[in-house]
Ligand binder design. Structure first.
Ligand code: ZN
Length: 413
């Protein structure tokens, strides 16, 4: 088996790993880079029979739009639905790749390869690691994972019953040099949201990604306990609608405690694509819509789940008084410019604003060093190659059999 990391051995995001036999070649993820100076893999030169997408984060699938459209792209069912509709809300064309879907725990074949997707706990829903078997070799790709979210049972399950006799483990190491101690679990974030909103005198905004379903659940549970109404935009509501169909825990999130506000652009997206969204728009309008005037009349009753780019809406509320702002994603984004991340500059300014009660409450989507060690001990691989990390050189201090492979260098297993 031949291995080449085209990108991702020494950076976070933009992952692209090629695994080949004499007859067949696959890519593990095909992500867009998070770093601006990162060079995309040359897809003209990389000939593959299929691409496996571990989870629906852009830094793992974002380059499929420049892939030859005849190449099959294997992705989880819910992930497929999410990436089908996300571009529509951004006014972009949907992906027209040759998609195939896989199911958690159900092995499938691509040429010489047998692939088993392992469901993992991550800040994206429907996230998977892969066991890849071919020509008598067994390798495991961790994808992005953690052990402190609402699906931590997935981590426990793999550790209790790990794949055996692994020749190689590709292990993500996002947090190898970062701490997650301030909010070590998703429940600790939920508790902070609850404490902030329970006696609130004014509206609270929670800034996070709508695709972070665990965070949506935390916001919902905190609102439910504090008897506040959670307000979503149409995109977050649609993500929830999809997730509710497949996940038992999320089904318990009752629409009756949620309200949806319609912005013009999103409303047009739903109208134009009724063949995809069916009666979703009408259902929301008839039963669950909230008008801005209603929120302005009693802002203390509402908690709005928003994205970093929605800072103008937050500023308009601030004109009437104070707001709570729970910043619930990686703090590093606050140092970015708007060019790198739209809304980052306004968000950083809110932090210094005396009329904004600015609170950071976030737990990482990635495994802590302690959990990476537990995971690796259980899998006991012949070799460990760090990926999705800026500190591959630190792995040797914590793990055995580490091989620091550079981007573009071939390895025969
Ligand atoms: Zn991810």
């Amino acid at each position: 088996m031949l291995i080449t990391i085209h990108r991702g051995s020494h950076e976070i995001g933009g992952t692209c790993i090629q695994v080949s036999t004499a007859n067949c070649s696959i890519l593990l993820d095909l992500g867009r880079a998070l770093r601006r100076d990162s060079i995309d893999p040359d897809l003209e030169k990389i000939k593959v029979d299929a691409v496996l997408v571990s989870h629906p984060h852009m830094d793992h699938y974002g380059l499929i739009d420049v892939l030859d459209k005849s190449v099959p792209v294997y992705i989880g069912e819910l992930s497929r639905k999410l990436i089908d509709t996300a571009p529509l809300f951004l006014g972009r064309k949907p992906y027209d790749n040759n998609f195939h879907t896989y199911k958690s725990w159900k092995p499938f074949s691509i040429g010489d390869f047998t692939i088993t997707p392992y469901l993992v706990d991550h800040s994206a829903t429907d996230a998977h690691a892969f066991l890849i078997e071919a020509v008598g070799k067994r390798i495991f790709y961790s994808g992005d994972f953690r052990a402190h979210g609402r699906k931590r049972i997935c981590f426990d399950r793999i550790v209790a019953n790990p794949p055996r006799d692994l020749d190689l483990l590709f292990l993500e190491g996002t947090l190898i040099e970062r701490s997650n101690d301030k909010y070590p679990t998703e429940e600790s974030v939920e508790q902070k949201i609850y404490e902030t909103i329970k006696d609130q005198q004014y509206i609270t905004f929670i800034i996070s990604s709508a695709q972070n379903i665990d965070r949506l659940v935390s916001a919902y549970k905190a609102c439910h306990k504090a008897k506040k109404t959670l307000v979503l935009d149409f995109y977050a509501a649609w993500v929830l609608e999809l997730a509710k169909k497949v996940s038992r825990g999320i089904r318990a999130m009752d629409w009756n405690y949620i309200r949806v506000y319609a912005n013009h652009g999103q409303d047009q997206t739903l109208k134009k694509n009724e063949h995809i969204f069916e009666d979703f728009r009408q259902r929301i309008y008839q039963n669950f819509r909230v008008k801005p005037a209603e929120i302005r009349a009693c802002p203390e009753k509402y908690v709005e789940f928003a994205r970093i780019s929605q800072s103008p809406a937050i500023a308009s509320f601030k004109k009437n008084g104070r707001v709570n702002l729970i910043y619930s994603q990686w703090e590093g984004y606050l140092k970015y410019s708007d060019k790198d991340y739209l809304g980052a500059e306004a968000m950083a300014a809110f932090r210094k604003d005396p009329n904004v009660n600015f609170i950071c409450a976030h737990t990482s989507g990635h495994a802590t060093l302690c959990d990476l060690k537990t995971f690796t001990q259980a899998l006991n691989p012949g070799r460990l190659i760090p990926v999705h990390t800026e500190h591959a050189h630190r792995f040797r201090e914590h793990f055995e059999n580490v091989l620091e492979l550079k981007d573009g260098v071939d390895l025969t297993v």
